[in-house]
Design a protein around this ligand. Structure first.
Ligand SMILES: Cc1cc2nc3c(=O)[nH]c(=O)nc-3n(C[C@H](O)[C@H](O)[C@H](O)COP(=O)(O)OP(=O)(O)OC[C@H]3O[C@@H](n4cnc5c(N)ncnc54)[C@H](O)[C@@H]3O)c2cc1C
Length: 432
């Protein structure tokens, strides 16, 4: 894990020719950098806890909440129906330890209630993902923008914060692109996933360590005769493992026209994000097609003895798509039309090996279009997870994907944004 740390300027005073506090055009109490899920939640929470505060969201784009709008295929997977804080943390490859306390303070049941109190009911799908009943992300966008308007949170778009400068007397000056600097007393950095560059360098100079940002949540490009032409087929419960590691994930698997996808693969890509990023070329994964059958050889033999006269290609002991099962049989030289009693021990053994551990060469990674996140960001040991305040620079707070926190798919990434945003907003309000 790489972290970047440049020469510290955390305590540097304002230098000549740089904006002095007096030349700043405005004085606000709290500036929230980034009009995304975490920023809106924090700003609304701060104002609702302390209505007298002047809270301003600065968004560099022309619109706010862009990711909320496009999330979940336009439906916004707001959170996950997992209401036990400890269990919830198991879905976070980065942040699982640090998020336990925050999830005891703000977890999916609070999120559900928050939206319901603002007239947006959520529904739970079979796999636990929660969406607005309307199935439209615009319900969430409207709810957040309305709540911000009612709470009198100011929002300005088209303003990019280039630099956060701490003042020796307390408070901050924010340098903006194409606009005069701004002065404020507290800053929440909720500008989403970082990219190595000026922002990470700026935080490094302020004394923070930035864990190298890399992508997470992708699918695997695979070319293999076993799955060729089977796009669209899914298998209920597989175990996917990255070869050469102990990282192994369970879940449904989807065969696509370019390779392997579905929750098991996306989970694996999240838990093995660093390993996948570091590997140069020779990547491979294995699939156990029947995750919960302890002894497939025995299961095959028992099935064989009970179904002797039946055609193997039409009767599988496991719940696998028929065309995939037939491909497996073809690879053990057991042609269509033959019966179970015609299958010899060697074929049973080879079939067992395929079912237990098919190895696929991964020739590339594709970004999962439905959800992707950044793994990496502000180092978690430098954050007080009760308040989301920086331990390096008091008055500076972090929330959302800017932190080295990310999750599997399923609404967990937004939940981290709501939780950290809420805690930061409440803590900032309590500091005045
Ligand atoms: C296509 C897609 C679909 C997704 N679907 C889901 C889903 O259904 N469920 C789920 O849980 N997660 C989903 N995610 C992940 C989720 O969107 C993020 O984890 C979440 O948006 C993070 O919230 P955030 O507020 O930290 O950052 P963001 O939502 O990225 O918001 C940060 C904002 O800050 C602004 N900004 C950046 N730099 C500056 C600056 N210097 N000055 C001012 N403004 C700045 C950005 O323009 C942006 O608007 C999806 C992600 C993608 C890409």
């Amino acid at each position: 894990m790489k972290t970047r740390h440049l020469q510290s300027e955390a305590s540097a005073a304002i230098k000549p020719n740089e904006p002095s506090p007096e030349r700043c055009r405005e004085n606000v109490d709290v500036v929230v950098v980034g009009g995304g899920a975490a920023g809106f939640f924090a700003a609304i929470t701060a104002k609702e806890h302390h209505p007298g505060l002047r809270v301003l969201i600065l968004e560099k784009g022309s619109e706010v909440l862009v990711k909320v709008r496009i999330s979940g295929g336009g439906r916004c997977n707001v959170t996950h129906a997992c209401f036990d804080a400890a269990e919830l943390t198991t879905h976070y490859p980065r942040g699982h330890r640090e998020l336990l306390g925050p999830f005891h303070r703000w977890q999916p049941s609070n999120t559900v209630q928050w939206f319901e109190e603002r007239d947006v009911a959520l529904k739970t799908e079979e796999d636990g993902r929660m969406f607005p009943v309307s199935d439209r992300s615009s319900s969430i966008v409207t709810c957040l923008t309305e709540a911000a308007r009612r709470a009198d949170v100011k929002v300005r778009t088209g303003l990019e914060v280039r630099r956060v400068r701490p003042l020796t007397a307390g408070g901050f000056i924010l340098e903006l692109r194409n606009a005069p600097p701004l002065r404020c007393r507290r800053v929440l950095w909720s500008a989403g996933g970082m990219k190595a560059g000026p922002t990470t360098d700026m935080f490094s100079r302020l004394g923070h360590h930035i864990v190298e940002p890399i992508p997470s949540l992708f699918t695997f490009k695979v070319r293999d005769p076993l799955i060729e032409g089977l796009q669209g087929l899914s298998v209920e419960e597989v175990t996917a493992q990255l070869v050469g590691t102990k990282i192994r994930c369970e879940g449904p698997l989807l065969i696509t026209h370019w390779g392997l996808s579905g929750p098991a693969i996306l989970r694996l890509s999240a838990w093995a994000a660093r390993e996948l990023h570091a590997s140069k070329g020779s990547l491979a994964c294995t699939i156990r097609w029947i995750a919960h059958v302890d002894d497939p050889m025995q299961a095959l033999k028992t099935f064989q003895s009970r179904n002797n006269k039946k055609q193997v290609s039409n009767t599988s002991p496991f719940s696998l798509p028929k065309r995939l099962w037939q491909r497996m049989l073809a690879s053990v030289n057991h042609p269509t039309g033959k019966t179970w009693c015609q299958m010899n021990r060697a074929q049973l053994e080879t079939l067992t090996n395929i079912l237990m551990c098919t190895r696929f060469k991964v020739i590339g990674k594709s970004r999962n279009k439905d959800e992707f996140v950044t793994c990496g960001g502000v180092h978690l040991r430098e954050i007080d997870f009760k308040t989301m305040e920086s331990k390096i620079l008091p008055g500076l707070y972090f929330a959302g994907e800017a932190l080295d926190v990310d999750a599997e798919t399923g609404g967990f990434n937004f939940q981290a944004a709501w939780t950290t945003g809420y805690l930061a907003g409440r803590a900032m309000a309590q500091r005045f």
